[in-house]
Design a protein around this ligand. Structure first.
Ligand code: PDD
Length: 290
């Protein structure tokens, strides 16, 4: 296998990817017992790092793991992983598992967590997806009841995303008890009569960093934005629907279950929000935003 990165971080060492080894008894491998983060890097700077590190703290606390590093240590690990000559935007993937121990569901005493991280070029959505929007399908949200934890156990998410792909769509919009929670790997926004609506935080969604930024930008620019349950009827009658994530940014969804959203084209609110988001990114690259 060839890798786009020259080195990865594993338990204190910086190694060529082919030399990084993890035990087959790692609880990440055996139980999916771990958490992760994905942090975009724009213009060589870690975007919204403080927000990602505070979500990391929340995920670690939720699975009863101690954070093995300070914010400053994380910053220097991530920075060392960035490809210095890479002009392209990048993303950091960080994974922390409970560590290596003989298989037993109960937590082993005195276990050392496994810490793995790497940087890779950020693959943006193709320009035509941004220009025309993408298709999504609605599916039952078959995941567990702690979706707020950024857990590495992503079997349900992978099944749901693949189901969307098999139906010619790019994302699955998950529905629990008649209410839209989020996407298989994104948060969902609906635009209705000039207002933004997105699911409230809680145990059924991941608190997306991009979601929070969109809410923040909307409020700073006088765009009404409600964090309220989005009923399936609201989704069906929406003027616009977007998905947000660190890697896909803000992408219009223009078809859901083979029916057009609004007039079937990305809408004016998306154009406005995406421009404001790009302004924010530009300010960030210039060191004027976090
Ligand atoms: N996923 N909801 C889920 C279930 C996600 O997996 C993600 C991101 C989001 C958006 O969060 P953020 O804006 O912080 O990226 C929401 C990442 C990108 C992934 O798994 O690759």
């Amino acid at each position: 296998m060839t890798h786009p990165m020259s080195q990865v971080y594993l338990n204190g060492q910086y190694l060529p990817p082919d030399q990084a080894r993890v035990s087959v008894f790692d609880r990440g491998f055996i139980f999916g017992d771990g958490i992760y983060e994905v942090i975009p890097v724009f213009g060589g700077r870690l975007f919204r790092l403080a927000h990602h590190l505070s979500r990391l703290d929340a995920s670690l606390a939720a699975i009863r793991l101690r954070n093995p590093h300070t914010a400053q240590e994380w910053n220097s690990i991530f920075t060392r992983l960035l490809e210095k000559d890479g002009k392209d935007d990048q993303s950091i993937y960080l994974q922390i598992t409970r560590g290596v121990a003989p298989r037993d569901h109960a937590f082993p005493p005195n276990i050392t967590p496994t810490v793995f991280a790497y940087a890779q070029p950020l693959k943006y959505s193709p320009p035509e997806q941004l220009a025309q929007g993408v298709a999504a399908v609605t599916t039952a949200d078959i995941r567990w009841a702690r979706c707020d934890i950024k857990a590495i156990a992503l079997l349900a998410n992978a099944l749901l995303r693949q189901q969307a792909i098999d139906q010619g769509a790019v994302e699955a919009i998950l529905v629990r008890d008649g209410v839209v929670t989020e996407g298989a790997a994104s948060n969902i926004f609906v635009v209705k009569n000039g207002r933004l609506i997105t699911a409230p935080k809680g145990s059924f969604i991941l608190p997306g960093i991009t979601r929070d930024l969109v809410v923040e930008i909307a409020r700073a620019h006088g765009i009404n934005c409600d964090e309220l349950p989005v009923k399936l009827e609201t989704l069906s009658s929406a003027d616009e629907v977007w998905l947000t994530s660190s890697t896909k940014e803000i992408l219009p969804i223009t078809r859901i279950d083979d029916k057009p959203v609004g007039n079937g084209k990305p809408g004016p609110m998306h154009t406005r929000m995406f421009a404001l988001y790009k302004d924010y990114k530009q300010a960030f690259i210039q060191g004027k935003a976090d």
